[in-house]
Ligand binder design. Structure first.
Ligand code: NAP
Length: 314
């Protein structure tokens, strides 16, 4: 396996693979360090590997399963000459050229690097949680709300995301129970008012989800009153976990500029990071939209930025 590349892409969700398609078609022979199979974090294919049907990706009016969509992205990149390593980048050195990316004790060098390591939804850590993702349990209201038309569902969390998702889900669900572990929301006042004034939302304060019920499909949850210790059961068709996200940026700490929350910072309207030749795209730098299509769009931007930057170096 060649150790030097014009472009190394770290991460292989919609952003990384779109960057791979574009840089491959620009004859840059991208080398994609695609991540390691794992059920929760930066696995090859990204977060869509954890979903079932995707109905909002343009071009698929009949819908497509998340893993199949990502396989098609990957096949398209490979067809134009992208190569892949199924592993995680364990260390990067961006202080001098060539840029260096370590995968355990192997070192790969590159003229440019595109970072697309994505983000992961924080989970409750309950038994069965991962198994039921895509089977009644979701971390994305925009993606999956439509599947719960006329059904009773619940959202966990007390921040802006939880309230925004609960409000959005009332467009589809007959009732949304908002489950929050404390007696006040963390969310902004205006968002709180929106939820509290929505007749379809019922808030369960001081409540934690202690168990998820369902074999192949989620059927309900067991709840625990965090003050009294009382237990109850809630029958629901869907549970949305909205307790925050975490970008996969540990390996870039102290090297790439990032917000306190760990999201990478890029120059406005571009994918340039603080290091010349290093670009960032997708959810690793986007805590606002977090959609496959927006990630793919920014992957395209990163590829074009990298291609133009490489041209300028000669
Ligand atoms: P967040 O602000 O960190 O809120 C996470 C919520 O989940 C908190 O209420 C927290 O409870 C709860 N939580 C955390 N871990 C939990 C656990 N293990 N079990 C049960 N509950 C748990 O995250 P976010 O809502 O995703 O927002 C992230 C950032 O994006 C914020 O800055 C937010 O303002 C911003 N955002 C803005 C908008 C908007 O303006 N439209 C929309 C979405 C997000 P505690 O309160 O008890 O800690």
């Amino acid at each position: 396996m060649s150790q030097h590349h014009r472009v190394i892409i770290i991460g292989s969700g919609p952003a990384g693979l779109t960057a791979a398609i574009y840089t491959a078609r620009a004859n840059l022979a991208p080398f994609v360090i695609e991540g390691e199979p794992s059920s929760t974090s930066d696995q090859p294919g990204g977060q869509l590997m954890l979903t079932t049907e995707v109905e909002n990706f343009p071009g698929f009016p009949e819908g497509i399963m998340g893993p199949e969509l990502m396989m098609r992205f990957r096949d398209q990149a490979a067809k134009f000459g992208a190569t892949f390593l199924t592993a995680k980048a364990t260390k990067v050195e961006f202080g001098e050229k060539p840029l260096r990316v370590h995968v355990r004790d192997e070192v790969f060098t590159a003229d440019s690097v595109i970072v697309s390591t994505g983000a992961q939804s924080l989970m409750l850590g309950l038994h069965d949680e991962e198994r039921l993702i895509g089977h009644g349990l979701s971390t994305c209201a925009t993606c999956d709300g439509f599947f719960f038309r006329g059904k009773e569902i619940a959202v966990v969390g007390g921040g802006d995301s939880a309230i925004e998702e609960a409000s959005f889900l009332t467009k589809f669900a007959s009732k949304v129970t908002l489950i929050h572990r404390r007696d006040s929301f963390r969310a902004s006042k205006i968002m709180q008012d929106r939820a509290l004034n929505n007749p379809k939302i019922e808030v369960r304060w001081n409540t934690a989800v202690s168990e998820i019920i369902g074999d192949d499909q989620l059927q309900g949850v067991k709840l625990l009153d965090t003050v009294t210790g009382a237990q109850s059961t809630l029958d629901i068709a869907g549970l949305f976990i909205a307790i925050g996200h975490r970008p996969n940026t540990d390996v870039f700490k102290g090297i790439l500029d990032m917000e306190d929350s760990g999201y990478l910072i890029t120059r406005p309207d571009s994918t340039y990071t603080n290091i010349p030749g290093v670009f960032a795209c997708g959810d690793v730098k986007d805590h606002t939209y977090r959609q496959a299509i927006t990630a793919a769009g920014s992957g395209c931007m990163a590829a074009i930025d990298a291609e133009r930057w490489l041209e300028q170096q000669h």
